[in-house]
Design a protein around this ligand. Structure first.
Ligand code: ZN
Length: 291
């Protein structure tokens, strides 16, 4: 299913005062487009959100940590959802995948218009210790990068300079997607903060830069430091077993009523756009196994 590159490169730069991350999420966005039949501008909204979510996930504990992101801006695409974990397994969807808007005057996709900016960005994070952290901030522009910057500053007290981009081809596929993050370590002085702002201004066309140069070279161009690379995956946690548990939770009477009415029970997963279908025999078996 995966085509192209999906990975995050991370290093410590400027005398180990700033964490630098560059992500290539081209394949992730193409899989989202394939699964959800997204318009180009909806693909950009979801792609930017999933890229930022992948970055957040890179700080989680492998194996146990998980988090979810909701961007609720009141725009035509409805809410944008992205979920991921410490293994960098990501998934996401928008409420209205067919929502569309004409490009902005500068020719760029109107992500801010599609997402809207009258609302909030919410992150719910659980590092595996069972104590979830929830942070919410008001949206700045609905363009996603600025909104995540505001989130990092107000909810995590970590000023973070962010560039995000999704470049779409005329065939509706993503040519390149990704992001660049500069996050000073705690205790960094104002000089470092303003340097991250100066640096991030060079990446206004981050998707084109990733397309032309590649994420790894982009990272090394900022500073040639040792780095770590991790792969990112589009992977859903749903399964036929989990869907069967949902059927079971209906109770035998209601489940059999649905079967009588529709001939089957369909459990839909929004994150991977998959229908888990159970016919009469399947449903009887689910309740027989329980008995
Ligand atoms: Zn699923």
């Amino acid at each position: 299913m995966q085509k192209g590159i999906n990975a995050i490169w991370k290093s410590l730069i400027w005398g180990e005062s700033v964490s630098l991350a560059v992500l290539d999420t081209t394949a992730l966005v193409n899989e989202a487009i394939e699964r959800h039949k997204l318009t180009p501008v909806a693909a950009a909204a979801l792609g930017r959100t999933m890229t930022a979510t992948a970055y957040l996930c890179s700080w989680l504990k492998e194996g146990t940590g998980a988090l979810s992101v909701t961007v609720d801006g009141g725009g035509p695409c409805g809410k944008v959802f992205a979920v991921g974990d410490g293994n960098l397994y990501l998934r996401g969807f928008v409420q209205e995948p067919a929502a569309d808007l004409p490009p902005r005057a500068d020719g760029k996709l109107d992500v801010g218009g599609l997402v809207g900016k009258k609302g909030t960005l919410t992150v719910i994070r659980d590092d595996g210790d069972g104590i979830p952290f929830a942070g919410t901030c008001a949206l700045v522009s609905g363009e996603i990068a600025e909104d995540f910057s505001a989130y990092f500053l107000t909810s995590e007290q970590r000023p973070t300079a962010i560039a995000l981009g999704v470049k779409m081809g005329t065939d509706g596929k993503c040519l390149a997607a990704g992001g660049l993050f500069l996050q000073p370590l705690p205790g960094a002085d104002d000089l470092i903060l303003s340097r991250t702002e100066e640096e991030i201004a060079k990446y206004r066309n981050i998707s084109t830069q990733i397309e032309e140069m590649g994420a790894e070279k982009l990272l090394l161009q900022v500073e040639n430091s040792p780095y770590e690379k991790r792969e990112i995956f589009y992977r859903c946690h749903c399964s036929r077993e989990r869907a069967a548990a949902a059927v079971l939770s209906l109770g035998r009477e209601d489940a059999m009523k649905l079967i009588a009415e529709r001939g089957e029970i369909c459990v839909h997963c929004d994150y991977c756009n998959t229908d888990h279908r159970f016919g009469e025999e399947d449903t009887k078996k689910i309740f027989a196994e329980k008995a």
